[in-house]
Design a protein around this ligand. Structure first.
Ligand SMILES: Nc1ncnc2c1ncn2[C@@H]1O[C@H](COP(=O)(O)OP(=O)(O)OP(=O)(O)O)[C@@H](O)[C@H]1O
Length: 120
């Protein structure tokens, strides 16, 4: 079982869950996004948003937290392979951070589409 196809998939899932837990426990940016996600979910309950709006909202939350998690991994790799200052490392980190920015702007646009009609 341990080295079977299923055993490896289950073990991989365990490592992935451990990674998500590590992000939540140790990454300030993920923690901030997690708190914002909870607040937005409270807003969703308060305004009683539709099923489609919940789907869009969870997609936006997942998108931002996924991008942030991958950005964290890229930063960790960059710091590991080249701890000193280097223009290339700066470029790599900037590009990775750029993906988080794109995800965050997308999430804000989705939130505006959902909540503007309820608020205004
Ligand atoms: N080794 C480096 N060489 C060149 N530029 C770097 C280097 N490390 C960081 N930078 C520059 O500083 C910016 C911030 O990098 P940093 O690793 O501090 O990320 P951060 O967004 O502050 O992440 P965190 O707060 O999670 O540590 C990078 O986007 C890059 O422009």
């Amino acid at each position: 079982m341990k080295n079977s196809f299923l055993g490896k998939r289950i073990r991989g899932g365990g490592y992935a869950m451990k990674g998500a837990w590590l992000l939540l426990m140790h990454e300030p940016s993920i923690q901030v996004q997690f708190v914002i996600s909870i607040l937005v979910c409270i807003a969703g309950l308060y305004f009683d948003i539709s099923k489609t709006e919940w789907i869009a909202q969870f997609f936006a939350i997942g998108l931002v937290m996924t991008a942030e998690g991958l950005n964290t991994a890229v930063e960790a790799i960059a710091d590991f392979v080249h701890p000193d200052f280097h223009a290339k490392i700066g470029h790599i980190k900037d590009v990775a951070a750029g993906s988080v920015f794109i995800a965050a702007v997308t999430a804000v646009i989705i939130a505006a589409f959902i909540y503007f009609p309820y608020i205004f």
